[in-house]
Design a protein around this ligand. Structure first.
Ligand code: 13P
Ligand code: SF4
Length: 331
């Protein structure tokens, strides 16, 4: 099991620590809340106080009265928690957990692009750095993007960044012609269409469900497209069925819990030599582990922090998102 450098210093010999019990003890002692995304490992989802999609996790982070937020997801999500609730201490199990969409949108290049289109509203997918958020007018997630864009004037000129596939999907859904930044998710663009077709042939009754970060070549096979929560809700609403799932396979844990009578198939991603099952895992989400959660709570490190001016600037478009999507995704 890999431990990040700054978390190895107090490591006890393997097998001596009951990590789950210790995490529960520390959670109480520190008045901490553990938030986790659906893509992290099953054991982390089980110990978390709340598991959700990006929108739900942002809401929880904004509303929590815990003193400490332990964020088990990727860095941009933890940054969102820090921005929306700057008085809280935000801990992350591994600071290296980034996101390829964030990497595909360097702030200096984006600033130039924005300058070239001064009359455009900047709508940005939450999967981006705090600096990109600070340059945006409104942030969206895959749960609320369609509804938020729908609230903008029909003739509004819009830049959408950083996910070109989500942007293309939203252009189609909303009838807009948003200018798209050329970013992609390394997991969703990598599913093998050939393997998907094989699965469809083997399981002709299965519903194909997909996250909108997938390219159109994959989305055209899907009967339902939506955020992680939306995919889980769809499978729950169709009990006892088969599903071919085009998103990160960590989601299958919650799907199986909610629908024990259903069958779920994940789609292999492509490696250099062909299809490979682990290539559909998000390498960033998978940096989280139970051991690292324990050490980050015990050491109160690594702490996710941001400069106060950046928090101020990035907060406005995030709060605008929460305001414009108040009723979305609430049961
Ligand atoms: P959701 O907001 O749908 O959970 O998506 C987050 C994400 O990173 C997808 O790759
Ligand atoms: Fe980023 Fe893709 Fe991983 Fe989601 S699955 S966190 S978009 S790299």
């Amino acid at each position: 099991m890999l431990l990040s450098d700054n978390n190895t210093k107090n490591a006890a010999p393997a097998g001596r620590i009951d990590y789950e019990s210790e995490i529960k003890r520390l959670r109480k002692e520190m008045n901490a809340v553990i938030l986790a995304h659906y893509y992290v490992d099953d054991d982390i989802q089980e110990i978390a106080d709340y598991v959700g999609d990006s929108l739900e996790l942002a809401r929880r982070a904004a509303q929590t009265d815990a003193d400490v937020i332990v964020f088990c997801g990727v860095r941009f999500m933890a940054e969102g928690a820090r921005i929306l609730n700057p008085k809280k201490l935000v801990l992350v199990p591994d600071m290296k957990a980034g996101c390829s969409l964030e990497d595909s949108c360097p702030p200096d290049e984006f600033a130039k692009f924005k300058q070239q289109h001064p009359d455009h509203t900047v709508v940005t997918y939450i999967n981006c750095s705090a600096r990109i958020k600070a340059m945006s007018d409104i942030i969206v997630t895959s749960s609320n993007a369609e509804a938020i864009i729908g609230q903008l004037p029909q003739d509004a000129k819009i830049i959408f960044a950083p996910d070109k596939y989500l942007g293309a999907y939203l252009n189609k859904k909303t009838g807009r012609n948003m200018l798209l930044w050329n970013g992609t998710c390394m997991v969703h663009e990598n599913f093998s269409e050939q393997e998907l077709i094989k699965l469809k042939t083997r399981h002709p009754q299965a519903h194909v469900i997909a996250h909108p970060e997938c390219p159109e070549t994959l989305l055209r096979h899907a009967g339902h497209v939506g955020s992680t929560s939306s995919l889980i809700n769809f499978s729950e609403a169709h009990p006892g069925k088969e599903f071919i799932v085009l998103t990160e396979p960590g989601i299958l844990h919650e799907m199986k819990k909610r629908s024990p009578g259903s069958v779920f198939y994940d789609v292999p991603g492509l490696s250099e030599g062909g299809a490979c099952v682990s290539c559909n895992n998000c390498p960033h989400m998978k940096l989280n582990s139970i051991e690292k959660i324990y050490y980050c709570m015990k050491n109160k490190s690594p702490v996710l922090d941001l400069p106060p001016e950046l928090i101020e600037q990035a907060k406005k478009p995030l709060e605008r998102m929460l305001e414009m999507s108040k009723n979305i995704g609430r049961k």
